[in-house]
Design a protein around this ligand. Structure first.
Ligand SMILES: N[C@@H](CCC(=O)N[C@@H](CS)C(=O)NCC(=O)O)C(=O)O
Length: 241
């Protein structure tokens, strides 16, 4: 029995987490049957989702989940790619997940109007008397991380300029192909499309929406990936206390 732990549809996206979306796509690419369950971050050492249980084996991080099934099934998600294309694919994934995600996360967590209609939901299970202190501590921690890695030291227009360069690179790589490396989706499509779909949701007030949706080829690409992998949500509906 395989269980993917994460979160289902929120914020106008198949998941609030592009990493969970990526793994959900990759498990489907492998042709695996799996269950979806709500993540309990306190139950795992890295305190991050996605994580997955394959029988008794716990695997944390979307990259290690993919590697686990490539090994176990002897099946690559990059079939048909040359070694150079595989190298480009890895670089594109890292850019989307590591760099473009900085801007997306910043706009969701550090812009108060966006935080208050989005990520604040994650704190609703905290006891009411402590909730605002927990939120304050978390936001200070998030802000310190952005200061520490330097992203938070840019102006808003510099942050979006960096994101624009990433998005343009993806749009150029895609060109008029259906998927990043040709007619069939490969591993990087899971990662890159998940980040683009998350950046393009108009649930949040952010220039990212226009920066993505101004590219017609990216609109077609997000639609293709959504139709292939997110036609219906199979996540459990969370119980409202
Ligand atoms: N490198 C990880 C990133 C996962 C990640 O950052 N997940 C976020 C949600 S988007 C998370 O669980 N954050 C909770 C926390 O940091 O406490 C992966 O690829 O799985």
């Amino acid at each position: 029995m395989i269980t993917l732990y994460g979160w289902g549809p929120m914020f106008g996206c198949p998941s609030p987490s592009p990493y969970v979306m990526k793994t959900e796509i990759q498990l489907q690419m492998f042709g695996l049957e799996f269950k979806r369950a709500m993540a309990d971050l306190d139950a795992v050492s890295k305190h991050k989702a996605p994580y997955l249980k394959d029988g008794d084996l716990l695997i944390q991080d979307s990259n290690f989940i993919r590697a686990h099934f490539e090994d176990k099934l002897g099946k690559s998600l990059n079939t048909g790619l040359t070694p150079e294309e595989e190298a480009d694919a890895w670089a594109l994934e890292r850019m989307a997940e590591g760099h473009l995600m900085q801007c997306l996360g910043y706009d969701r967590w550090m812009i108060p109007e966006n935080f208050n209609k989005g990520p604040v939901m994650f704190f609703m299970a905290a006891p009411e008397p402590q909730r605002s202190a927990i939120i304050k501590d978390t936001l200070e921690h998030v802000a310190a991380n952005y200061q520490g890695n330097g992203f938070g030291r840019h102006t808003a227009s510099e942050r979006h300029q960096l994101a624009d360069w990433d998005i343009r690179a993806i749009a150029t790589r895609l060109g008029d192909k259906p998927f990043l490396f040709g007619d069939e989706p490969t591993a990087a499509d899971a990662s890159v499309s998940a980040v683009l779909i998350s950046a393009a949701t108009d649930f949040f007030d952010t220039p990212l929406v226009k920066l993505v949706t101004q590219h017609e080829n990216l609109n077609g690409y997000m639609k293709r990936m959504s139709e292939l992998y997110f036609a219906e949500s199979l996540w459990p509906v969370p119980e409202i206390a």
